[in-house]
Design a protein around this ligand. Structure first.
Ligand code: GLU
Length: 299
C-alpha cells in the first residue's frame, strides 16, 4: 500500500538559504523518505514586498545541491489567493472574523494590554465595531482562549494557554497573513506532518484553532531547534550569516555540509562528510537533538 505520509519544504524566498533552513530541511527529507512519503516544495511568497527576485530559484537549487529532493512543486503561495479567499469566507460565515482598524501603535498605547508570547497582545478592541471607520481594516480571527495545547514530536507537550489574542488573517494592505495561508496550504496539500523551525512553535496553537474552525484534520507537528550564531541570534535572521551558496562557493561539498548538519542533530558522532541517504537506515525523528546549536563549521 502506498504511504500516506506527506510533508513539505516551505521556504520564504526573502533571501538566501542558511544552515538553519538546511538543517530543518534535512530532518524533513529524512523523515519523509523513512516513511516512503512525499514532500511538497512550497514557496512561501505571500509577503510580496519582502520577496527577493531570484531567491526561490536559488533556494530550490540549494536543496538539490544538498541532495534534498522533493516530489511535488514548487508551488507558489502567490497563486493561491482563491483558496485563501474561500477559507476566509467560510470563517466569516461562521462569525469568526471581524474587521479591525487598530495599528500596532494603537495596540501598544493600550497600557493594560498584557503581552503575548511574541510581543503585543490584541485586547479585542474592534470586536464590537471598528474604532476608525473609513480606514482600511485588517481582518482578525476570533481566537477563543485558552488556546489549544498539542503534543509536538520533538518539543513534547505544549500546554494550552494565552497568546497574542485575536490574530490577523488578512492585513489592511490586502496581504494574506502567514497563519491563514499556511493552514489552507498544508490542509489542501494533505500534509500529515509539519516539520519546521522552533521559532514557529508558538504559532501552532493559532494554526490548530484555524484547522478546527475550517473543519480540516490537524497534522502532527515537529519543531526542530534553531541554528544560532555566536551571540545566540537566529542565524537565518542575520543579514550576513553564512549561506549554503557561500559555503558552496568557498569549495565545501554537499557531503561536508550534510556532515556538519547531521552531527549537530546528533545523527552522527563526527562531522565527517556524508550523504543524506547514508543517514536513512538509522534515522529516527525522536533521536534528534532538541536544542539549538551554534553554527561554527570547521575550517
Ligand atoms: N516560510 C517559513 C520559513 O521559511 C516556514 C513556515 C512553516 O514551515 O510553517 O521560515
Amino acid at each position: 500500500m502506498a504511504s500516506t505520509y506527506r510533508t513539505r519544504f516551505a521556504p520564504s524566498p526573502t533571501g538566501k538559504m542558511h544552515p538553519g533552513h538546511a538543517r530543518t530541511a534535512l530532518v524533513t527529507w529524512l523523515q519523509a523518505r523513512k516513511h516512503a512519503g512525499q514532500i511538497v516544495m512550497r514557496i512561501e511568497d505571500i509577503d510580496r514586498p519582502r520577496v527577493l527576485s531570484g531567491s526561490a530559484d536559488a533556494i530550490c537549487r540549494d536543496h538539490e545541491w544538498l541532495g534534498l529532493d522533493w516530489d511535488e512543486g514548487p508551488v507558489f503561495q502567490s497563486s493561491h489567493d482563491e483558496a485563501y479567499e474561500r477559507a476566509l469566507r467560510r470563517l466569516e460565515a461562521a462569525g469568526m472574523v471581524y474587521p479591525c482598524t487598530c495599528s500596532r501603535k494603537d495596540i501598544a498605547a493600550i497600557a493594560s494590554a498584557p503581552h503575548g508570547d511574541d510581543g503585543l497582545r490584541y485586547p479585542g478592541t474592534c470586536r464590537s465595531g471598528v474604532t476608525q471607520p473609513g480606514k482600511p481594516p485588517a481582518l482578525r480571527f476570533v481566537f477563543k482562549e485558552p488556546t489549544p495545547g498539542f503534543e509536538d514530536a520533538l518539543c513534547g507537550t505544549y500546554p494550552e494557554g494565552w497568546t497574542g489574542g485575536d490574530f490577523v488573517l488578512r492585513r489592511a494592505d490586502g496581504i494574506w497573513a502567514y497563519q491563514l495561508a499556511v493552514v489552507v496550504d498544508d490542509a489542501e496539500a494533505g500534509i500529515t506532518e509539519v516539520i519546521r523551525g522552533e521559532d514557529l512553535l508558538s504559532s501552532t496553537p493559532r494554526q490548530i484553532a484555524l484547522y478546527r474552525a475550517l473543519g480540516y484534520p490537524v497534522p502532527r507537528f515537529a519543531h526542530v531547534g534553531l541554528v544560532v550564531d555566536g551571540d545566540g541570534a537566529r542565524l537565518a535572521s542575520r543579514h550576513r550569516a553564512t549561506s549554503i551558496a557561500s559555503l558552496r562557493e568557498s569549495g565545501r561539498s554537499p557531503e561536508d555540509v550534510i556532515g556538519e548538519l547531521a552531527c549537530s542533530l546528533g545523527l552522527t558522532a563526527t562531522t565527517a562528510p556524508i550523504r543524506a541517504e547514508e543517514l536513512l537506515p538509522s534515522f529516527e525523528l525522536v533521536h534528534i537533538s532538541r536544542s539549538s546549536v551554534t553554527w561554527n563549521p570547521k575550517g
